[in-house]
Design a protein around this ligand. Structure first.
Ligand code: NDP
Length: 520
């Protein structure tokens, strides 16, 4: 079954084993050590076109296998993930520099759940939907909505979660009966290549999933060729993707950046709130779209909350995670340019009066690190409170009350995720409903991502569309409405010829049907 253009070469010879690639191969670096661990091809637009042609040719037979046939491949993959979890974790850690715990929890664990979830739920989510309609114009008609795969889906992924946010989005597309061409981030392509190979071992027909490694140009070329684009990445690139897709009217689903806020009310369990703040801001080195990026704390509990958070963040160990589980809590910064962004946000805040109670500098060692950092005396004049930092930093701001917190939370172009911590969960829910974000947790953060039946997607500049749940697979389908008149008569009343009697009767019927009922 090995179709693949899968082409990884060890770093030693520095060349690719792919005969098509005429371009300089991409060096993949371990961010925790600075070592180059592999080279992968930089696919040209012509190669991308060729891949999509192959994927298109493979799609009808994959669709014809039906949900049961496709689910069999997925369930084999689920077992593969469990049997090869160490290999998968090693690969993820080697290209991201994240800890084994981060690689297991949010990637390998997610993968094991996601293969089973989509294998089981694709069919009920895409079952034809009966529609009941009481219009007198169409009595007795049978109506239903059906879902058919779009064809070839282009998935473009970021570097922070090479399984979850690249392959993870390909899974519902595949279970819906599409084939997929996936462009992983040039920074972290190895996980996608490993999974492409695993899929082949597990019986996925050739060319149903093709990984197109490459840089931004490779992603841009994909947009021109496919039937839909699922993009995860920054808001800036998301805008470019949408602009390009508009040239061919290609539908897009965009999962973009965020500036996820946490509100701590004065009745909150401060021990839980401070543990959550420390964990979810530093988890994956802060490189999570739905992490905690900024905190607003009611003034009565501000000092105690800050003291608890600082104590917990100071205790974190950071460094090269390759020693295995339990070595460190915070790993490396995966993407070189991100380190500059983190540093510039911290320096901007400090220059405007903020204080770093712990951290505040780049970390030491051969790899790329930024010290776990807690900032106070912050406000919305600082980039650390308004722009996505995407690093192990936590700015904490004192507010008078929940109303001020809400105003500041919503004072953002982003609307991805947020959290509210309070002893009164009913009040927490009321506040959650007033937050302008696609997902809000009360006394929790981020864990909504693991509820695969619960949709998530950004508001405002954080995205368009959603992943997970029914909508997370229906977006990969063409929707077709079918109306059947099972008892056709020679003529329906509204058909020609027109006459006064019929017109008057229609008007009276309209009044009876729609003219009653209480109105203000
Ligand atoms: P980028 O937007 O820089 O890149 C995302 C992907 O797009 C990469 O594969 C990149 O390739 C590719 N790309 C770059 N230019 C183009 C182009 N012109 N056309 C098509 N594709 C292109 O994002 P990052 O990789 O830096 O990821 C971090 C961002 O992702 C953060 O903002 C984060 O919030 C967001 N994110 C959002 C999530 C969500 O669910 N909302 C989840 C995870 C991350 P290359 O890497 O080769 O440049």
């Amino acid at each position: 079954m090995a179709s693949a253009d899968t082409a990884v070469t060890p770093s030693a010879n520095g060349s690719t084993n792919d005969t098509h690639a005429a371009r300089e191969p991409i060096a993949v670096e371990n961010p925790a050590t600075g070592e180059v661990v592999a080279h992968v091809p930089d696919r040209s637009p012509d190669e991308v076109r060729d891949m999509v042609v192959r994927a298109r040719a493979a799609q009808p037979a994959w669709e014809a296998m039906g949900f049961t046939g496709r689910a069999q491949v997925f369930l084999r993959m689920q077992k593969w993930i469990l049997d090869h979890s160490q290999e998968l974790m090693n690969t993820i850690v080697s290209e991201t520099g994240k800890t084994f715990e981060d690689a297991f929890g949010a990637e390998v664990g997610y993968a094991a759940a996601a293969f089973g979830f989509w294998a089981k739920n694709a069919e009920p989510y895409l079952a034809p939907e009966k529609i009941k309609e009481g219009s007198p114009m169409i009595p007795g008609r049978k109506m239903e909505v059906r879902f058919r795969p779009l064809g070839v889906i282009g998935v473009i992924g970021p570097w922070n979660y090479p399984f979850t946010n690249s392959i993870g989005d390909a899974l519902p597309a595949l279970m819906a009966g599409n084939s997929v061409v996936l462009k992983p981030s040039e920074v972290t392509p190895l996980t996608s290549l490993l999974i492409e190979k695993a899929f082949q071992e597990c019986g996925l027909p050739d060319d149903v999933l093709i990984v197109a490694t490459g840089r931004g140009e490779t992603g841009a070329a994909l947009i021109d060729e496919v039937d839909m684009i699922m993009f995860t990445g920054s808001t800036a690139t998301g805008k470019k993707v949408m602009a390009k897709a508009s040239e061919t009217l290609t539908p897009v689903s965009l999962e973009l950046g965020g500036k996820d806020a946490m509100i701590v009310l004065d009745d909150a369990n401060l021990e839980r709130a401070s543990n959550a703040a420390a964990y979810f801001s530093m988890f994956n080195g802060g490189q999570t779209c739905i992490s905690i990026e900024r905190v607003y704390v009611e003034e009565g509990v501000y000092d105690e909350f800050v003291a608890k958070v600082v104590e917990k963040v100071k205790a974190l160990r950071q460094g090269d995670p390759s020693g295995g589980p339990g070595t460190v809590e915070v790993g490396a910064i995966t993407f070189a340019k991100q380190l500059d962004i983190i540093d510039s946000h911290v320096r901007d805040a400090v220059s405007k009066g903020a204080k770093a109670l712990t951290g505040g500098h780049q970390g030491s060692g051969k790899g790329r690190f930024y010290e776990p950092t807690v900032l106070v005396d912050v406000d919305h004049s600082m980039e650390a409170m308004t722009e996505e930092t995407f690093g192990p930093t936590l700015p904490i701001m004192k507010v008078k009350d929940a109303e001020e917190a809400l105003r500041l939370v919503n004072d953002s172009p982003y609307g991805l995720a947020a959290s509210v911590f309070t002893g009164d969960s009913k009040r927490g829910e009321q506040i959650a409903r007033r937050i302008e974000a696609g997902a809000v947790c009360v006394n929790d953060a981020l864990v909504n991502y693991f509820a695969l039946a619960l949709p998530m997607g950004g508001w405002k500049t954080s995205g368009i569309g959603q992943r997970h749940g029914k909508g997370g697979i229906r977006k990969y389908c063409r929707q077709q409405s079918i109306l059947v008149n099972r008892f056709p008569m020679n003529k329906d009343l509204y058909m020609f010829p027109h006459n006064k009697l019929k017109a008057g009767m229609f008007q009276r019927v309209s009044k009876v049907l729609y003219g009653r009922g209480k109105r203000d």
